[in-house]
Design a protein around this ligand. Structure first.
Ligand code: KG4
Ligand code: ZN
Length: 365
């Protein structure tokens, strides 16, 4: 019998927020190749409303999904017969959109008799840096996006331990909301970064939440309120630029301070050879955020990795890779897998820490 190939070719589908995305990834002996990746952004659909409108997102996903998957397959030059599995985001996210991508994935799996992997979107972000660089497990991860802000010890696929998370807003949400109060368009993070160029952040002293507090949790709501109050008093373009720089510095500083604590904790149980730090998620696209985190990592003796920009924001290549790694580990899901609006990566930590109970009293992220 010819030797069995360990290569896996997996189609990934991502529809949890405002990007309809499909990608094909190949995983062979631990090496990853992106075969094709297609992303249709709905930014223009949501921009008039200043944020993502779930109903509009779900409808747009329905309209786009067939074409985006077909484009990814055509770009890859493959047919469904060439696939070894299908991975689709099953949550957390806007559930109407998640259902669209997950149902599509199930349909392909059923029609082609392929294994289905129902992927946690956060696990996609967790593995995203591995699409572009050889980053072995374990590593310390800061996941910072529009919906999430968490520090995780990633020991392997399906083995994440949460060290901290936001007790109110996510960092990207803070960027977006403060940008809105500065009159910037959605999505606010990149627009605020652009405005901040050349600004003097020291002109607007902003509160430093959780400074010196134990643990690795985050809080951005005080900063958001303070910045919104200052924004209404801003009278000219220079002040606007200075305030944008102050906000960016304040968010970056908090991310760095809490990550520094997590690095100290992580280093207690991991030798120098395992001290790797990865930042992922949309906010990792921010150059100031990257720079302060890289400096902190270097100071603590950690390697620093951040995915290329295309893998920081939502994409399907990271979902395909998470799916491929799960399949390689012998893990797949049945067609009864459900779409989940909330789905913590580390369910034990989420249950144990009551400040993170989802709902009105707890963290959104
Ligand atoms: O990972 P992502 O595409 O979606 C979620 O899973 O949430 O992240 C989107 C978030 C938005 O809040 C956006 O404003 C933020 O990432 N973002 C940035 C930058 N690029 C994207 N924030 C700050 N600076 C940027 N350059
Ligand atoms: Zn995301």
């Amino acid at each position: 019998m010819p030797p069995q190939s360990s290569a896996l070719t997996v189609l990934g589908i991502e529809t949890s927020c405002d990007e309809t995305a499909a990608a094909v990834v190949r995983l062979e002996d631990g090496r990853v190749t992106e075969v094709a990746s297609v992303i249709a952004s709905q930014i223009a659909d949501h921009a008039p409303y200043g944020g993502v409108v779930p109903e509009i997102a779900a409808r747009a996903h329905v309209e786009l999904i067939d074409d985006i998957v077909a484009q990814a397959m055509a770009k890859a030059g493959l047919t469904y017969d060439d696939l070894d599995g299908v991975a689709a985001t099953a949550g957390p996210g806007l559930v109407g959109g998640v259902m669209v991508g997950l149902s599509f994935g199930k349909a392909v799996a059923l029609a082609r008799d392929l294994p289905l992997v129902a992927v946690n979107h956060l696990e996609g972000h967790a593995v995203s840096a591995r699409l572009a660089a050889d980053i072995p497990y374990p590593f310390l991860l800061l996941l910072v996006s529009g919906g999430h802000c968490q520090l995780l010890e990633v020991a392997g696929i399906g083995a994440c331990r949460r060290l901290g998370s936001t007790i109110d807003d996510a960092a990207g949400e803070a960027f977006d909301k403060i940008a809105k109060s500065l009159g910037l368009p959605y999505p606010g993070g990149p627009a605020l970064e652009k405005l901040a160029v050349g600004g003097d952040g020291a002109k607007f002293p902003l509160p430093r939440a959780l400074l010196g507090r134990d643990g690795c949790d985050f809080s951005f709501s005080g900063l958001k309120t303070a910045a919104a109050r200052m924004a209404v008093k801003v009278t000219n373009e220079t002040e606007r630029r200075d305030l944008a720089a102050a906000v960016q510095d304040a968010i970056a500083r908090q991310l760095m301070e809490r990550t520094d604590r997590a690095m100290a904790l992580y280093a207690e149980t991991h030798g120098p050879g395992e001290r790797r730090f990865v930042v992922a998620g949309g906010v990792a696209a921010n150059k100031t955020v990257r720079a302060v985190l890289e400096a902190a990592a270097t100071k603590r003796g950690f390697t620093f990795d951040a995915p290329p920009l295309a893998y920081c924001t939502d994409n399907a290549a990271m979902i395909a890779l998470a799916g491929a790694e799960r399949l390689a580990a012998g893990i797949s899901d049945d067609l009864g897998a459900v779409a989940r609006p909330r789905w913590p990566l580390d369910e034990a930590a989420a249950k144990a820490n009551p400040t993170h109970v989802p709902g009105r009293k707890g963290a959104k992220a």
